[in-house]
Write a protein that binds this ligand. Structure first.
Ligand code: SF4
Length: 359
């Protein structure tokens, strides 16, 4: 099954990248036959399309093999995400209940008190999380008093010896440097979808703005957490487009969240059809194959999935989940439910949870 990576010439010789065959089972199977666990940044969109469109069970099998070559497939990282500044955002992301433009019942709140954030991080650590992510509903991080408070919060959470991730919107080079100095491990900034579809979802900032932030994060020495959302109304080609952008960055993101749209009343995407598990599996498995070393994070949408469906996601290469009953403002399975699932599936967390947690 495994062959050497970077075999573009071979792929073309065998016809897997010719336009008329893309999406055919034969092209998909040939592309899977050349999958390697060695990271490449020279992917062609046609190659990724062939993998993405391969027969599903073969795709999952190939992804599972890559997963086992690069990771301990019995270990799943637990991350906890806390909204430290909720609602009232000036942006128009069509899926987001925190945008001030939509009537979703999410009220604008002040930045959380550092002690409250520290307590939540301690609680997450006790429950087995090794990464604590904090989100603020801002267009961008600015050099102001609130940003200074976020830096204080980062220093406090860092003292718990956890990976610290923040997501604060767009980021300039100075703010990126200061976050790194305060102890931030990773910065989350999702591309959300493929470049061509992007302006159907967000009009208040461009794809290039997002890429610029990601470059500032890398230049500051933080690791990049960057992924997208399935179910925004995008086509399979848009999903391939997103994966291609991620897999051809100068370095692969260390972390790739794959979210299923959580439809929230009042947002423009409230009436989108529910994302099918098969769509998530294709996205996760292809991400695992084209970015073999990345942590692929099964993110929003788990509340709508059975344990069996999540098991398939782990088989397809997901190596991380978000734990805790809330993901920013939407629901998520509780710690106890996840503990039960891990037990059933024989999965372990990266750190041992304490017997009793405060959450
Ligand atoms: S996704 Fe982020 S930037 Fe977009 S509206 Fe929501 S909080 Fe604002």
């Amino acid at each position: 099954m495994r062959q050497s990576c970077g075999s573009q010439a071979l792929l073309e010789n065998q016809g897997a990248s010719t336009t008329d065959e893309i999406g055919s089972d034969a092209a998909g199977l040939r592309a899977l036959n050349m999958v390697s666990a060695v990271p490449r940044m020279d992917w062609k969109k046609e190659e990724i399309a062939a993998i993405f469109n391969a027969p599903l069970l073969e795709l999952i099998f190939a992804a599972a093999k890559v997963h086992r070559e690069c990771h301990d497939s019995t270990a799943v990282q637990q991350c906890t995400l806390l909204s430290i500044k909720t609602g009232g955002c000036s942006e128009d992301c069509s899926y987001c209940p925190q945008s001030a433009r939509y009537d979703t019942g999410v009220k604008a709140e002040k930045l959380l008190d550092p002690e409250a954030v520290y307590a939540a991080a301690q609680c997450a650590k006790n429950a087995g999380s090794t990464r604590f992510c904090m989100g603020a509903a801002w267009r961008e991080a600015r050099d102001n008093n609130q940003f200074d408070q976020v830096l204080d919060i980062v220093r406090k959470v860092k003292s718990l010896d956890m990976e610290v991730c923040v997501t604060l919107g767009m980021l300039g080079p100075d703010e990126a440097r200061r976050l790194k100095e305060a102890g931030v491990t990773a910065y989350n900034h999702n591309l959300d979808t493929g470049e061509e579809f992007y302006d159907k979802i967000i009009t208040t900032r461009t794809y290039q703005d997002r890429l610029d932030t990601i470059n500032n994060v890398r230049d500051a020495g933080m690791s990049v957490c960057c992924g997208g959302i399935v179910g925004l109304g995008e086509t399979p080609a848009d999903r391939v487009d997103l994966l291609h952008t991620l897999a051809t960055m100068r370095e692969h993101p260390e972390s790739v969240p794959v979210n299923a749209l959580v439809r929230v009343e009042g947002t423009p995407l409230a009436d989108q059809p529910q994302v099918e598990i098969w769509e998530m599996l294709r996205m996760i498995a292809t991400a695992r194959i084209v970015m073999p070393r990345a942590r692929v994070r099964l993110s929003a949408g788990r509340l709508q999935m059975s344990h069996a469906e999540q098991a398939l996601c782990f088989l397809a290469g997901a190596s991380s989940i978000f734990t805790g009953e809330k993901l920013l403002t939407t629901g998520n399975p509780g710690y106890d439910e996840d503990r039960e699932m891990f037990q059933i599936l024989g999965l372990k967390t990266l750190s041992t949870p304490k017997e009793s947690t405060c959450c």
